[in-house]
Design a binder for this molecule. Sequence first.
Ligand code: F6R
Length: 244
Amino acid sequence: MVANADAAVPLLLSEVRNVLARGNLPLISFATGGTFGAFFRALATEVQQGRISTTEFIGTHLDEYIAYEPQRRGGMVHELTLRCPPLREMLARGTFLPVPCHGAEGSMRAHEERLQRAGGVKLQLLGIGRNGHIAFNEPGTPLDTRFHVTELAESTRLDARSRFVPDEPPKRAVTSGVQTILGGERLVLCAFGQAKAEAVRSMLHGDVSSACPASVLQRHPNALVLLDTEAASLLEGNAAAAGG
Ligand code: F6R
């Protein structure tokens, strides 16, 4: 349990340091969204002050809106590189691997192979949607998927609205699949705020089922869940941190 998103930052940075300490250019896969805002600010500071080097890892991320090239406002890579400018330099150097945004089957398979050639994801950061999605695996998505094109749930589009005004949020995205996510060596999911409480309860106390894609974390042998008090408020016994 952590007090808030800021309090999670040192823990997230130490997750990054742990994976970097093992060497061999580990592949770190980031999540986008409000949950990781404070973390990305802190990561940028660590890099700018020389405590973490972007030459020590390969970066990637979970999902991208259809037709949102890395430079396009509202897109996931655009957001990541805005919040954490060192990732923009990695993108320019070719050491940040963007999710292909056009949804062609071949491009998604090629991306998946690139991740494998980079050694596979060693650290995967995850947020959770208030409907229980991870990446953009919306409720009902089969649990054996790899990178694929998905229709976004209405609640997901609503939550994304502010980043697209005055336009409508996109309807489709390319997303890492549940199977791909489970292939990550270490998973760290963060959830903060009351709006996530119901999804967190289903994730940790519900059956493992496509009704709550995040519930698959119960099957991962090396997953950590970081919650604040509000996100943990509906857990039995209010046990606030779970890890396998
Ligand atoms: C985005 C992603 C999503 C978000 C989730 C939570 O890359 O993978 O699953 O992590 O929608 O979003 P926030 O953090 O904005 O509440």
